[in-house]
Design a protein around this ligand. Structure first.
Ligand code: PMP
Length: 407
């Protein structure tokens, strides 16, 4: 009959399932290295000083209200966000080639990108993602009926970039495929191409007329410098100028610590200035938002906008990025030197060459299972550890636990 039935039960999301087991664990020395959210030296969530100042200013503004935003979002936010990723002296911005709409954080931007590609991109029909990648990438694109292919990225034997495999995939993919690229702080490996490797990768993409789709979820969080972490995106724009458009999904979840406020932007950077095309793109992007959200959430956008458009707050934000990234770098160094002084079998230099939120430790699934069961140390099955979960109070104990499960 006409009823709702035969609904397959899905397994819990691996990451949020891990969080639930961690929460239920009664051991007092448990350590959460699962979800990618910054923690301070006491293991607590951190509200950035720049955010506190911005919130205060917003609340004190007599014009403060909870009105709807326009369909494309808060314009002061999206245009300032474009300057953050493209650079304030960006030629693409000066030439007026950028269309930006506010999205539900980075995930929403990826969703908009997927829909946009599905509807309007006449290419090979395949989206190439790195192996491995952030697990959500696969389903965000597959849900729109796009075909997912993968390109080699991480060499499990050497714990280095598989550049040869990566370039091979770019060269053998059908012309006009989509390549999803992590702008910086690759998730889950923490391993980014060097500048000269990026030049080779982008050169190969351009030669095959592929569409570059950048996922920028950690700008400034990786190196502490917004400029450094935008290198790949900006060099793609410079080198594709005049020939290929570029899509960018930008999240402020990590670098402004606005995880739950869902502040993000999708940017379409046109290859050549084409006012009619850009206006059509904007109208289609607005339609996507209008039928799904009506209009995007305002609060997070107002906070980020206040920071980006107030020079003193921007300067404070840049200091906050250094605070977060340098604490993580320090934890990388400490973990590595603890493991080395314990003489833990294996090499551990990859922990300090990787950057950003995550380290791909190289620990196997049984080792990860034993860390959780025997030591109360929680990380995902792939061996990815959120470096923000480390602090001076737990790093020694975690190193000892790793040492035990590796032996
Ligand atoms: N891309 C990557 C690579 C990520 O790691 C994340 C967050 N884990 C996102 C996008 C999206 O995050 P959000 O939707 O919270 O902005």
């Amino acid at each position: 009959g006409f009823s709702i039935q035969n609904i397959p039960q899905l397994p819990p999301d691996p990451l949020f399932g891990l969080k639930a087991r961690y929460t239920a664990d009664t051991r007092t020395n448990k350590v959460d290295l699962g979800i990618g959210a910054y923690r301070d030296q006491d293991g607590k969530p951190w509200v950035l000083p720049s955010v506190k100042l911005a919130e205060k200013a917003i609340h004190e503004d007599p014009a403060y209200n909870h009105e709807y935003l326009p369909i494309a979002g808060l314009q002061q936010f999206t245009s300032a966000a474009a300057k953050v990723i493209l650079g304030s002296d960006s030629k693409a911005l000066k030439d007026d080639k950028v269309v930006s709409v506010q999205t539900l954080s980075g995930t929403g931007a990826l969703h908009v990108a997927a829909l946009f590609i599905k509807r309007f991109y006449k290419g090979s029909g395949s989206v190439y993602i790195s192996s491995p990648t952030w697990a959500n990438h696969i389903q965000v694109f597959e849900t729109q009926g796009l075909k997912i292919e993968s390109y080699p990225y991480w060499n499990y034997a050497t714990k280095e970039l598989d550049l040869k495999g990566f370039l091979g995939a770019i060269n053998s993919a059908p012309e006009g495929s989509v390549f999803l690229l992590h702008a910086c702080a690759h998730n889950p490996t923490g391993l980014d191409p060097t500048r000269s490797q990026w030049t080779e990768i982008l050169g190969a993409i351009k030669k095959k007329n592929h569409l570059a789709l950048f996922d920028s979820a950690y700008q400034g969080f990786a190196s502490g410098s917004l400029e450094n972490d935008a290198f790949a995106v900006r060099s793609a724009i410079d080198s594709f100028d005049g020939s290929l458009p570029i899509l960018i999904c930008q999240s402020f979840a990590k670098n402004v610590g606005m995880y739950g406020e869902r502040a993000g932007v999708f940017h379409y950077v046109s290859a050549t200035k084409d006012a009619a095309l850009q206006s059509a793109v904007l109208s289609q992007l607005q339609k996507i938002t209008r039928c799904e959200l009506s209009n995007p959430p305002a609060y997070g956008a107002k906070i980020v906008s206040k920071i980006l458009n107030t020079p003193e707050l921007y300067a404070q934000w840049e200091r906050d990025l250094v605070t977060m990234s340098s604490r993580i770098k320090e934890m990388r160094q400490t973990l590595r030197s603890e493991l080395e002084s314990l003489g833990t079998p294996g090499t551990w230099d990859h922990i300090t060459t990787q950057q950003g939120m995550f380290s791909f430790t190289g620990l196997s699934k049984p080792q990860v299972d034993s860390l959780e069961k025997d030591h109360g140390v929680y990380l995902v099955g792939s061996g990815r550890a959120s470096m923000a979960g480390f602090n001076l109070g737990n790093v020694k104990a975690v190193a000892k636990a790793i040492d035990q499960v590796v032996r």
